[in-house]
Design a binder for this molecule. Structure first.
Ligand code: N0T
Length: 545
């Protein structure tokens, strides 16, 4: 039989997202895969730049590279396609044994059509831009024109056809449609065409899903109408492109989000209006079913805001995938928080030595010392990333990072300083996180001596984290950096005497088998399980007596 031959070439299945009991996993070659990824800078999408990308990918022990493919480079003249960069990229990725997430920079790249070909950017009549309510033209393409959609879609479909043809080993595991879609400077398009659509009834698709009465956008959504209309229109546009691409080559497809500050959002247009910010995720989910993941781009350095974003984007209907995160030191610890929410991947942004840094979003430099914090947290996971992906899909997991920031948060764009002053008042309490694991609790604290019960003082800089998986009611897998993890009875065991039965240190073999190394006991367990900057993977069994 040769049915589904394309999906099983070389005996390998296409990458696929699966969801079970509210948990998500990206299956690659038939196995759950954790994307410890790196995103290259925006202009690294040429063969000449790649030699400054791979070394950094390896240095931080990433297994996946996110890199853009630009509409302007694949269709420089209308109808003439050139996929030579894609071919070079796939070939090199295979040599380096690195998976790829391709980023389709086209109609929108951070609001603008910068990556669209000149024949698009120069043709205002055929590819109209957004018009403000006072009649100004912005450099953001309108989502309301079929001419624009069809041109973008045609190029995207050509890309997917090409991938299907050349990427026999499935080096490409996901595709991001556009980049940080939306519009800065206006809540929506106010052109005549847009206004006429805006005055029409809310489309049935959205009305049914949200159980809305008949009515136009303003009647349905009041003061949110313009933003919701823009979000819906862009989401439909992206959905159409993703759907057409999947019809050719059904890879998982994502969009990434220029976030608004969840505590201090400001007005749409001051952030990228129409993108899937926290207030319009539900609209996006209805309008863009072909987009499998709405992925946040995290440039909030502080714990409170960064973890709030993770809470918002980890949903039963949305696998948590951090498409971008600043590559500076404070962000690295959020790997623990991402994995604790069942995250399927994370990618620090700007990971190459082409000579650019997006400070103050990311690190000031692009040398090894700048990349070291991510190299460290990735190194903790990379030897057993496959096992973690499986465990995270099958078992309950928790992950926390040091919660008290040690750098003064900076106000960047729509981000305000949200670090709580209260944190400083009761430092020991603030530095204590209690994870409710069922019969047992795990208490995680930061910055205390390994011996004795001195209260936590925190690390400087804040950089600790811990990861726990529950393998059975009384046994857990634990690892961490610069933290103490103490297992305690929960209230359900309050009338019982409890003890540690055994703490095994070990590692996973390449085949995924647990390999015993030694038993931790005595000082190594009397005061909790203390992690510093060494890598320890522990299995702890608790009991009552
Ligand atoms: C990102 C990156 C790249 C809290 C910035 C972030 C990338 C794009 N945009 O280096 O351009 O391609 O996705 C937007 C900045 C938001 C600032 C919010 C401050």
């Amino acid at each position: 039989l040769i049915f589904s031959a394309s999906a099983t070439l070389y005996g390998k299945e296409l990458p696929e997202l699966r969801t079970k009991n509210g948990k998500h996993a990206l299956f690659v070659d038939g196995q759950p895969f954790l994307m410890l990824a790196a995103q290259a800078n925006n202009s690294s999408n040429y063969a000449a730049a790649l030699e400054k990308v791979w070394p950094v990918v390896h240095e931080i022990q990433a297994n996946t590279l996110e890199i853009n493919v630009a509409w302007e480079q694949v269709e420089p003249r209308e109808g003439q396609f050139d996929f030579s960069f894609v071919d070079t990229l796939i070939k090199q990725a295979r040599q380096h044994d690195i998976k790829l997430v391709l980023l389709w920079f086209a109609t929108w790249k951070n609001n603008a059509p910068h990556y669209a070909p000149a024949w698009v950017k120069l043709d205002n009549a055929r590819f109209p831009r957004v018009e403000t309510d006072d009649g100004r033209i912005l450099n953001s393409l309108s989502p309301h024109f079929k001419s624009t959609l069809n041109a973008d879609k045609k190029a995207f479909v050509a890309l997917m056809k090409h991938l299907k043809k050349v990427d026999k080993h499935h080096q490409v595991i996901m595709v991001q449609v556009q980049n940080e879609v939306g519009t800065y400077g206006s809540v929506r398009d106010f052109s005549t065409q847009a206004n006429s659509l805006f005055s029409q009834p809310v489309p049935k698709l959205l009305r049914d899903a949200l159980a809305l009465p008949d009515g136009n956008w303003t009647q349905a959504f009041g003061s949110n109408a313009s933003e919701f209309f823009h979000a819906y229109s862009i989401a439909r546009y992206c959905n159409d492109i993703a759907e057409a691409g999947k019809a050719i080559h059904p890879l998982p497809m994502t969009i990434n989000v220029a976030l608004r500050n969840p505590f201090n959002p400001g007005k749409p247009g001051s952030y990228s209006s129409g993108g899937a910010t926290d207030n319009v995720i539900d609209i996006w989910k209805v309008a863009a079913p072909a987009i499998d993941i709405i992925a946040p781009d995290i440039y909030f350095r502080d714990y409170r805001t960064a973890t709030k974003i993770l809470d918002i984007y980890a949903r039963d209907d949305n696998p948590l995938f951090v498409a971008e995160i600043g590559n500076d030191q404070p962000y690295a610890r959020y790997l623990f928080e991402t994995l604790g929410r069942g995250g399927i991947g994370i990618a620090p942004f700007g990971m190459d030595t082409t000579g650019y840094t997006n400070y103050p979003l990311g690190a000031k430099g692009y040398r090894s010392e700048d990349f070291a914090p991510f190299a460290e947290v990735f190194a903790l996971l990379s030897p057993w990333a496959h096992q973690w992906a499986k465990i995270s899909y099958e078992y309950p997991v928790w992950g926390v990072a040091e919660p008290v920031d040690t750098e003064k948060a900076q106000a960047v764009w729509n981000s305000a300083n949200t670090v709580t002053k209260a944190a400083q008042k009761n430092l020991a309490t603030e530095l204590t996180q209690v994870l409710d694991l069922g019969l047992w609790n795990a208490e995680v604290t930061y910055g205390r001596p390994m011996f004795w019960i001195d209260p936590p003082k925190g690390n400087n800089p804040a950089s600790g984290g811990a990861l726990v998986a529950k393998l059975s009611e009384n046994s857990f897998l634990v690892t961490g950096l610069r933290s103490r993890v103490t297992f305690m009875p929960s209230s359900e065991l309050s009338d019982k005497r409890t003890m540690i039965v055994r703490v095994e240190e070990g590692h996973f073999s390449d085949k995924g088998k647990w390999v015993f190394e030694r038993v931790w006991n005595g000082d190594q367990t009397d005061w909790g399980l203390n992690f510093d900057d060494q890598h320890h993977l522990l299995k702890i069994t608790m009991a009552t007596y």
